[in-house]
Write a protein that binds this ligand. Structure first.
Ligand SMILES: NC(=O)c1ccc[n+]([C@@H]2O[C@H](COP(=O)([O-])OP(=O)(O)OC[C@H]3O[C@@H](n4cnc5c(N)ncnc54)[C@H](OP(=O)(O)O)[C@@H]3O)[C@@H](O)[C@H]2O)c1
Length: 250
């Protein structure tokens, strides 16, 4: 009986994540039209000291961008480069985001945390502050990493995620991610939400699948943080997924 109740709870959660989550692009008012010729030279990385964030910083520098990294503890980044500028800040502090966003052409966001309990709004409030700073500083494009299993990708993280990880460990986290995605979609920015499968610290392969039907209802699909960063960086200048939320996995 308990098992049945648990399975029903997990299924209802999955259905709610789909129903409340992002399915189709929503925008209030007229969205800013995509630039005819997109020129990006300066990028801001949010979550720069994290797994994906470090890859974003390193690969953005490799690609020749001027990189600003927002970090709560700049020493944790452990990287110096003539084109890397580090701003000490917190996404829950709007002033530091304003400073970091000034003069940027685009933002790459790989924000995450491990405060799964009790429920909090770090992702959504941090993203709300980021969107406000981007609007104030007239930064055009946001590429933001979320996760498979949200909105119209609900269930696509595979059975292990649908029936264990999300309902037991991450229900509040995924709920806040749902709010985060909706805030981004309601903004008038050029945005691309990137939903990876389970993340690994493996090497960059440069070959992976992406689009609307990524993931499996049965198996856990994976991708390295290095390849997610590669895909996110491609979104800076590619309009294929503009105002969409593609999944990405090996
Ligand atoms: N793990 C998976 O299998 C998986 C699968 C799909 C999607 N995702 C999602 O992908 C994203 C990136 O995951 P990841 O494991 O690569 O990242 P991560 O290592 O958890 O790094 C998260 C980053 O966010 C920063 N951060 C947290 N709170 C902050 C705040 N208040 N202000 C500023 N920065 C803050 C952290 O800074 P500090 O170093 O200061 O803590 C860190 O740099 C997350 O949203 C995660 O949920 C994960």
């Amino acid at each position: 009986m308990l098992l049945v109740m648990y399975l029903v709870y997990a299924l209802v959660l999955s259905i709610a994540l789909r129903a409340k989550g992002l399915a189709t692009p929503i925008a209030e008012g007229e969205p800013t039209p995509p630039s005819v010729e997109r020129r990006v030279t300066r990028v801001l990385v949010i979550g720069a000291t994290g797994g994906t964030g470090r890859q974003l910083v390193a690969q953005a520098l490799e690609r020749g961008y001027d990189v600003t990294a927002l970090a709560r503890n700049p020493a944790a980044l452990d990287l110096t480069h003539p084109r890397l500028h580090v701003v000490r800040g917190n996404v829950l502090d709007p002033a530091s985001l304003d400073e970091a966003a000034r003069g940027q052409d685009a933002v790459l966001c790989a924000l995450g945390h491990k405060k799964f309990f009790p429920p909090n709004r770090i992702l959504s409030e941090g993203t709300r502050n980021l969107l406000r700073a981007m609007a104030t500083q007239q930064v055009g494009r946001l590429v933001c990493e979320t996760a498979l299993g949200l909105g119209d990708s609900a269930g696509r993280g595979g059975l292990y995620y649908t029936f264990f990880v999300i309902p037991v460990i991450l229900p509040a986290y995924f709920w806040d991610k749902t709010r985060q995605e909706r805030l981004i979609a309601e903004s008038r920015l050029e945005w691309i939400i990137v939903r990876p499968g389970s993340l690994t610290n493996g090497a960059r392969r440069g070959r992976y699948r992406h689009g609307g039907s990524i993931g499996s209802f049965l198996w856990t699909v994976r991708i390295s943080r290095a390849d997610v960063a590669d895909f996110m960086l491609n979104q800076l200048t590619d309009d294929t997924y503009l105002r969409l939320a593609p999944g990405v996995s090996w």
